[in-house]
Ligand binder design. Sequence first.
Ligand code: XMP
Length: 511
Amino acid sequence: TVVVLDFGSQYTQLILRRVRELGFYCELLPYDEPWENVEKLSPVAFILSGGPSSVYDENAPKIPQYVFDSNLPVLGICYGLQAIVHQLGGKVEKSTHREFGPATLNVIKHVGIFQNLPNSFTVWMSHSDRVEVLPENFEVIARSENSPYAAVRSIDDRFYGVQFHPEVAHTQFGKQILENFLKKVAKLNPNWKISNLAEQIIEDLRRKIDGRVILGLSGGVDSSVVAMLLHKAVPDKFIPIFVDTGLLRKNECIEVVKQFEEIGIHIHYVDASEKFLEVLDGVEDPEEKRKRIGHTFIDVFYEEAMKLKEKYGDIKYLAQGTLYPDIIESKVAERKAGAKIKTHHNVGGLPEKLPFEIIEPLRYLFKDEVRMLGQEIGLPSSILKRHPFPGPGLAVRIIGSVTREAVKTLQEADFIFIEELKKWDLYDKVWQAFAVLLPIKSVGVMGDYRTYENVIALRAVTSEDGMTADWAKLPHDFLNHVAKRIVNEVKGVNRVVYDITSKPPATIEWE
Ligand code: XMP
């Protein structure tokens, strides 16, 4: 395992992604992780991330002694570089001005991480302190205008340090620099592949699970992949529970149940739609809707789990589709709060209340890796390519209070939109698309009659990760066709509008 020690940079996750993309397994640990835990991972190289501190801060994070004692290759990035220099007896100084953004890097020595790279290229800088004096037996191998020691190494070729960020896309040849470090300096062979991983996870599950295991299956990518893994590992011990909130897309629950049935996975289906409608009655505030849906979900799931426990007796585990970013985020939050709070639960606090051991087979994976894994273990692409869907479902797409009639209207409009996107081969080109039911009526005319009916807004966005998004430039012919169909076929709707705001400043959902 390549061990990345985190000193708090906003780019740390990117280091991991790059290293894994290059085919090396790596894990992220806090900079002060004790050696016992690091040792368990069989470390083969260390990468020290950047971070917001200055080595002269009172509580400046220090590189643990085991990094120096280990004899393993070390790459320090930004603060990582400064900490190496500082702790090995060199000198870091406060610079008078921050260097932020692109800078031209001039390579002086094409050794180690700079093998087969041009003499000069653009790198991404983000720092204020800079190295002024190198430790003994170190040499400079690249400069930039503002950083006389933009890249350094120890003469024995074990320590490398860069002031810039090779992990960000703005750094030219950044990936190659990391690859050079791993292959040429650390002399490692890339051997991390999703296919090996699938087998390994399934084997681990098989070995570990010695009682029944339940899972809240939503039909989304993460829980579906977990379901498939468990089905392969322990088919006789696995019970997926599908809670129908009544707030799903039209026909979705039937389809999910059917799709999994075809794979050989029998879903324990719970219809709780009445209950959800009841608790949402008259509630308009979006956060209140989310809260009530979250609580109700937990209650329903809990009740169901208890029934199953009574029936089978030996339910021991609860599986969850928690991903690596959630784990990292909750670790950061834990640290900040100085307490053990868990923030990564998909459905607010589900595990605490349940007397089961938690199993999180995806806890070391990123979203795109989960998709690849899903493909590898044979999940149909209709599941893997399904657009994201919010936990609170259609409740946050019905602006104002949720009624059975509103759900029905929205489901019909949404269904037409999605069906046409698929027909026009546009579904896979957008990140997410859906209809929203607005709480206003507008005047229209149909035949000889004046109408006064609902408005549907259509939303479609392109995005990498949902954090930012652009509205999708769908063809006018297509929008025209969808609008006509919705007004003609969905009772109570006489107007369709298209949302042309991006995120930010808008969000993807309307509530
Ligand atoms: P926003 O609307 O914040 O959405 O731009 C970003 C992504 O998150 C989804 N989303 C949710 N998912 N529970 C969820 O599980 C929620 O309460 C929730 N709100 C938004 C949204 O669909 C989009 O993919």
